[in-house]
Write a protein that binds this ligand. Structure first.
Ligand SMILES: [Zn+2]
Length: 212
């Protein structure tokens, strides 16, 4: 899920991100911490990975995509992909220009907060849930083991305070949708079958920009 910062952000962050995204994000990444480098440490090359799901296309989630483009499948929601092809300072097309990105095959799902989800491998083990709000086409991932599951919610919540206090995380594309998504994450936190919720921006401090 997602690809984090590119290794280029260690030495040449402004060149890699452009001044605007660098100024807005200021990446924190040490040498050896990019995803391909961490995979290599456990003996995995990009070709060994079956799928990456991009929760959305903000720079801190996809700046490291191109070194992983040999991964067998790279998925994104149709809504996010469509928005990111338009002119929007939030997105930088250079991050995915030579990658083959496939669209998630969403299906009707009355249990999903926006009525759409995707059974990624067709066996119910990984469900990708359409959860817009932070961006036009954000998704969350539920990974199942038996009857239990872990939720990986990307920027649907920045950390635990987001869903406990229903605080909107960072930049919001659509406030109403964001609140629906956040309430859904909160409902997962009360579900005994949910063994954990993993937000992309961890840490226990107060959530920053939503207070502004
Ligand atoms: Zn984001």
């Amino acid at each position: 899920m997602d690809t984090g910062w590119s290794a280029d952000c260690v030495k040449h962050p402004i060149r890699h991100l452009g001044f605007g995204l660098w100024f807005a994000s200021e990446p924190v990444l040490k040498e050896g911490e990019s995803v391909p480098e961490q995979l290599l440490k456990i003996g995995l090359k990009p070709q060994d990975i079956n799928a990456i799901v991009l929760t959305h296309l903000d720079c801190d989630h996809v700046s490291g995509l191109l070194p992983l483009k040999e991964v067998k499948h790279i998925y994104c929601s149709q809504e996010e992909w469509g928005h990111a092809q338009k002119k929007d300072v939030r997105y930088r097309k250079a991050f995915w220009k030579s990658a083959h990105v496939e669209m998630l095959a969403m299906q009707d799902d009355p249990k999903a907060p926006f009525g759409k989800s995707c059974d990624l491998f067709g066996d119910g083990s990984v469900r990708v849930i359409f959860t817009p709000g932070h961006s036009e086409g954000s998704v969350a991932i539920l990974a199942y083991d038996g009857g239990n599951y872990a939720a990986f919610v990307g920027d649907d919540s920045y950390n635990r305070h987001s869903w406990e206090e229903l605080k909107l995380p960072g930049p919001v594309y659509d406030e109403k949708e964001m609140l629906t998504t956040l309430k859904w994450v909160q409902s997962l936190s009360k579900d005994p079958a949910c063994i954990g919720i993993y937000a992309a921006h961890d840490g226990e401090g107060p959530v920053g920009t939503e207070d502004k």
